[in-house]
Ligand binder design. Structure first.
Ligand code: ATP
Length: 299
């Protein structure tokens, strides 16, 4: 019995996000190129003799009951395997919340990984991914991590080779965006072809390790909904382009924007502009990080 596990739950950005159509069940069919980045939440799992799940977190506004995705993930495995002991989950958030970086999904994936290990359940990565889908569409990918093509509603995953390393500048304006409302306001049938990024081209560029082409193929259908409602997203993208980014894009349903830089000094200057310069008026959180490419380890 492992009594304590300290895990890292990494965030992601979407190098590409195409929404194909709304299915009859209300879910949207997507094609996304996902990439893990080096910003993470800390998830500590502590074994308890008495049954039950307790959660504590550094963010007062997050739920600590069954509405927290970490609780859902622990409950799913504890119930399925009739585990008699309990767990205490300590969650230290660093990934911006409701930002399009799959923070909650990644926390859930870390808990699935951790409970599997703590109680010796013997589930494979694939089996954890299947269970993760019941918690959220991005959870299977967060179990896998690294660079991947995600299709269907997020359950069809194809691992891709790592994208060449570059600096990733991540900036979140002081607004929160609900993924649900973005999809509700998306009328995919009305969008022109310019709103659908070339995901096949992007995948090919990733396979070729051609960073310039990766940057050129980046695109996100959901920008068509989120940017008109929040023009500060466009302003951040513009600033990143002015400061020498290869390209800049909104991640997921937003409002987080990320920019890719091949040169470290250029990236650091851009970071300073957003953190302390004229960008600081619209940017609430800013990080300079890298791509993260270790799969299914959660350490
Ligand atoms: P995605 O990129 O998958 O759309 P997101 O970054 O937009 O995710 P999250 O930060 O994962 O959004 O969470 C959105 C909502 O989920 C929050 O408003 C919060 O109340 C709820 N939530 C539940 N559990 C968590 C958690 N562990 N971390 C963050 N939010 C959580």
């Amino acid at each position: 019995m492992v009594r304590h596990l300290g895990l890292k739950a990494y965030g992601k950005v979407n190098l590409g996000l195409d929404v194909l159509r709304r299915r009859e069940d209300g879910y949207h069919e997507v094609r996304m190129v996902m990439q893990t980045v080096g910003i993470y939440d800390r998830v500590d799992l502590l074994y308890r003799e008495e049954p039950g799940i307790t959660v504590e977190t550094n963010l007062f506004y997050l739920p600590v009951n069954e509405n927290n995705l970490v609780y859902k993930a622990a409950a799913l495995l504890i119930n399925e395997f009739g585990i008699r002991g309990g767990v205490h989950i300590r969650l230290k958030k660093m990934i911006p919340v409701a930002a399009g970086m799959a923070g909650g999904s990644s926390d859930a994936a870390a808990v699935l990984f951790g409970v599997n290990k703590m109680f010796g359940l013997g589930l494979t990565g694939r089996q954890l991914q299947e269970r993760g889908l019941k918690i959220g569409a991005d959870v299977p990918y967060c179990v896998m991590r690294g660079t991947a093509l995600s299709e269907g509603v997020g359950e069809i995953l194809t691992p891709l080779p790592p994208v060449p390393q570059c600096r990733v500048l991540i900036a979140k304006p002081g607004i929160n965006v609900s993924t649900k409302s973005v999809y509700e306001n998306l009328h995919v049938e009305k969008l022109g072809p310019e709103c659908h990024p070339d995901i096949d081209g992007l995948v090919e560029a990733v396979r070729q390790k051609d960073m310039v082409r990766v940057a050129a193929c980046m695109g996100n259908t959901l920008e068509a909904v989120t940017i008109p409602a929040h023009p500060e997203i466009a302003a951040i993208k513009e600033m990143m382009m002015e400061t020498g980014a290869l390209n800049a894009l909104m991640s997921g349903s937003g409002p987080t924007v990320f920019g890719l830089y091949t040169d470290s000094r250029t990236a650091e200057a851009a970071y300073r502009r957003l953190r302390y310069g004229d960008g600081s008026r619209i940017v609430r959180q800013v990080f300079l990080t890298d791509f993260f490419n270790r799969r299914e380890a959660n350490d």
